[in-house]
Ligand binder design. Structure first.
Ligand code: FAD
Length: 312
């Protein structure tokens, strides 16, 4: 029986691991299917983490996080969790290697992933000009032209956000109509820095060793091909939360989730199930930033410490 299982080793999980072990919980295991670090390790640059002045790659940025946690006794099980169940007071962590580990408390930090389009060049330049976060990467394109792909609320809101630092934003969408809220569409249409390119699809993202250099688009009405010389494209075609491990044999989720599958938590990162916490991009209304995920992880660990203390 372990005291605390943390599932997912991104910024939320590692931060939870640090606070839990340093906070005196003896037996804390981080279940992470790969090397710890999370989504940010796929980014070539991060420059918005407070206190870190240099622009570093996501991989370099996350390396000390795990070293710091392991120093305080966090154990890493490099295995994929398939399901979390609760029987009586305790939880069962089922892993893909067929093992079942019992835990007194659990913090879920399995994060999520922006949906990919499969467009030629998307994978090659992912994190090198292909971005899914204007808050994270917009500043890298200060006074430059960029493209945004998508037709929902996120795409339009992020396009508007990008106009604050970019010279011009090309908004590419396959239809002439947008799914976003009417007021958001109105704001975007009245923004003179946004050029609407509809109905268009992206055929290819081109670039070289320095990253993206252009985006090839095709008008689906007249088949006209155009090449936009932009160093960046922001893709907003949806987001999947990694919540599959919460699915129970009867089809229900272990705890309450919203319509998008994000775990519902209160400000202490508590779910509606005693002893079960969720932190980072998996939780409702997550700002999807490293600093926020790290803060959530610390909060969840402090709550787990209180929970374990009161259930001795
Ligand atoms: P994640 O980082 O998603 O970590 C979840 C972890 O759980 C992963 O390591 C995964 O392997 C593991 N996992 C999932 N399921 C299982 C399972 N079943 N069993 C075991 N392990 C599992 N944010 C910023 O603040 N600044 C930036 O500049 C920035 N740039 C970004 C660039 C890119 C390309 C991307 C994709 C994201 C960027 N972000 C940035 C967002 C940031 O990375 C996320 O908000 C943050 O990583 C969320 O942390 P998390 O710990 O909640 O989840």
């Amino acid at each position: 029986m372990i005291d605390l299982a943390i599932i997912g080793g991104g910024p939320a999980g590692l931060s939870a691991g640090l606070y839990a072990t340093r906070g005196g919980i003896k037996n804390v295991v981080l279940f992470e299917k790969g090397m710890p670090g999370g989504q940010i390790t796929g980014s070539s640059e991060i420059e918005n983490y407070p206190g870190v002045k240099e622009v570093v790659s996501g991989l370099d940025f996350m390396q000390p996080w795990q070293e710091q946690c392991f120093r305080f006794g966090l154990k890493h099980e490099m295995t994929e969790v398939s399901q979390v169940t609760k029987e009586g007071k305790n939880f069962k962590i089922h892993t893909n290697d067929g093992k079942v580990t019992e835990a007194k408390s659990v913090i879920i930090t399995t994060g999520g992933r922006p949906k990919r389009t499969g467009i030629k060049g998307e994978s090659e330049f992912w994190g090198k000009g292909v971005s899914t976060c204007a808050t994270c990467d917009g500043f890298f394109y200060k006074n430059k032209e960029v493209a945004v792909l998508g037709g929902g609320d996120t795409a339009l809101e992020e396009a508007i956000f990008l106009t604050k630092m970019c010279k011009k934003v090309y908004l590419i969408h396959r239809r002439n109509e947008f799914r976003a809220a009417p007021i958001t569409i109105e704001h975007a249409k009245s923004n003179e820095k946004i050029e609407f390119l509809t109905p268009n699809v992206v055929e290819e993202i081109k670039g070289d060793q320095n990253g993206v250099s252009s985006v090839v688009i095709k008008n689906t009405q007249n088949n006209e091909i155009k090449e936009l010389k932009v160093p960046g494209i922001f893709i907003f075609v949806g987001y999947d939360v990694n919540n599959a491990i919460l699915k129970q044999d009867n089809g229900n989720m272990l705890c309450e989730c919203d319509q998008y599958g994000s775990v519902i938590v209160d400000l202490s990162m508590k779910t509606n199930i005693e002893g079960l916490f969720a932190a980072g991009d998996i939780r409702i209304k997550a700002p999807k930033q490293v600093v926020c995920a790290a803060g959530d992880g610390a909060t969840a660990a402090l709550e787990a410490i209180s929970y374990l203390d009161s259930h001795k």
